[in-house]
Every structure is written in C-alpha cells, then in structure tokens.
Design a binder for this molecule. Sequence first.
Ligand code: UDP
Ligand code: MG
Length: 333
Amino acid sequence: MAPGQPARPASGSASEVALSVVVPVFNEEAVLVEFQRRLNAVLVGLGVRYEVVYVDDGSTDQTAHLLQRLQRSHPGISYARLTRNFGKEAAMSAGLQLASGEAVVVIDADLQDPPELLPAMLAAWRGGADVVNMRRRERLGESWWKRATASAFYHFIERVSDVPIARHVGDFRLFSRRAVDALNQLPERGRFMKGLFAWIGYPQATIDYERSARAAGETKWPFLKLVGLAFDGITAFSAAPLKVATLFGVASAGSAFAYAMFFFFKALILGDAVQGFPTLIVTMLFLGGLQLLCMGMLGEYVARIFTETKGRPVYLIDVYEPATVPSNASAGQ
Ligand code: UDP
Ligand code: MG
C-alpha cells in the first residue's frame, strides 16, 4: 500500500466481493448517469457480489455531486475523491488500492469501453487468466492523427521496452486478486500503467472488441498530454534512448576521425590550403545539437529519478465513502 493512504475499507473483505469495477472519472458529468445505468444493468445480470469504485480525479464540474448522489442511492458504489487532478494513472492506482474484489476490472467512464463485455471478461478469468486484456479492433470516433500517433507509439515501445507491452490494449482490463496485489506492491511514483500491467506477467488472455466513440463530453487527453504519457512510458520501461546517445557519440566521433584523415591526406598530397568555413560551422552546429539532444535525453531520466527519490505518494484522498454493503442486494441474490 502506498504510504499515507487509508487502509482498505472495512466493508467487503476479499472473500465478500467477487467483482470490483474501478472507474477513474475526471469531469464526466455528461456521461456518468448513462454509464452507471448501463454498468448496473450488466452487473445485476451477472448475479455475483460486486462493488463499483468511482475515483473522482479532482473534477471541477458536477461530477462530484453526481457521484455522491449515486453512492447514496446504490449500496454497491464506493466513492473516492482525490484532492486534485492527479491524472488517470494515479486515479487508477487509487482505485486498484481501494478495490477489494476477487476480480477487478478497470473501465473508462465515457462508454468507450462497453460494460456489456464484463461477462466475457469474467469467463476468461474463470478460465484461468489473471489478466484479461481488451484489444481494440477499431478505434471509432478517433482522428486519423490520433490513430497514427498511437500506432507509432505502440510500434516504438514494442521494440524498445524491456517487457512486451501489448499493442492496442488500453487500460480496459480485468485483473485477478493476486495480479492486483502485485500491482499495488509496485512502489514507483511514475505510474505508466500499461507498462506495469505488462510487467507483472501472470497468465494472460486477450479479447478483441470494437472501441466505440465517446458517448458524450470531451477527451481529457489533449495531444501534448499524450506525448508526455508516451515519454513516461518509454523512459520507465526502456533504457534504449540512453544507449542511442552512446551510439550517436560513437558514430559522430568515428566519422569526425575519418573526416580528419581525409583532410590530412588531402593537404599532404594535393597541398590544398584549408578553407572549409561552411564545413566547420555545419559540423559545430551538428555536434552541438547532438550534444544537447543527448543531454536532454539524460535529463528525462534524471527528472524521473528526482521524482522517484522524493517518494511522495502517488495520490491523496480527500473524501472516501465506501460501499455500504458489498452489493448483492442490488444484484438480487
Ligand atoms: N481521466 C481521469 N483523469 C484524467 C484524465 C482522464 O480520471 O486526468 C479518466 C476519464 O474521466 C475517463 C478515462 O480516464 O474515464 C479516459 O479518459 P478519456 O476518455 O478522456 O481518454 P481517451 O479515451 O480520449 O484516451
Ligand atoms: Mg475516452
């Protein structure tokens, strides 16, 4: 458990709740009620004890109000509000800490991940998988630019990462209790969840699905934030960029040497007076740029070491209202 976090709620020990559904939420007033309606319809049909853990990631719209109202009217809902917007990765980490189910599903609130797939996920879990990955066949409602950059990112990280990070699998997944316990043990502050999910290993299953367009509201991931996430992922799961710097160094030093030899013999044999101001300036700028680039790459890692050494908690909880009973009442059992 992350330092400074509240202990797991008293209600619903691991044996009482079969399924926890963790939902990170940030300014989703437009879809929340519809999401809960669809999710609830599926959960009731499952006939297992469940809880829904909503983590409000410092929303500034009516989300907090709506969630508190839902929490009061549905016995199976827990509501945790973070003290500010910590980002989806932190909100998911909070939800995974608070979830007490034997199986835990992480799902987006915007209905891009259809709750109707829960029975198939549970079936795969019962079939022995500790992690059920949901792979997107289609990414409806996403621009070609987002699809292209996402695809480039997955290709790149697949090549450089120390652990195989599944392509086109987002955060919509199911985890067994032991997989969640393993995730909760990981102490890092930089939480690139797709990487951590892959890192834990365990038997995995994959289900393909059509990812629908967002039901309402807007994406909370503007392009630059996604680029930041991509950087976090690459630096957390690969030292390849650092090695690239070494390669650059060796290559440029090698070519500089060859070039020097060339001039030496040219001057010696042809008696050519040294001119080459343009060559000089281009070489200088090229090397200067390369050095800055490599320093920048180093800096990316140093910055992350800095964050880790401070050892601050990943998130802070402001309000926590646990599920009143591990709900099977609303499941009709
Ligand atoms: N989210 C969050 N904190 C954030 C950003 C997003 O908890 O800082 C939640 C958001 O409410 C949604 C999920 O993460 O439930 C996915 O976000 P979004 O749909 O905006 O991402 P996209 O599907 O566009 O990648
Ligand atoms: Mg979305």
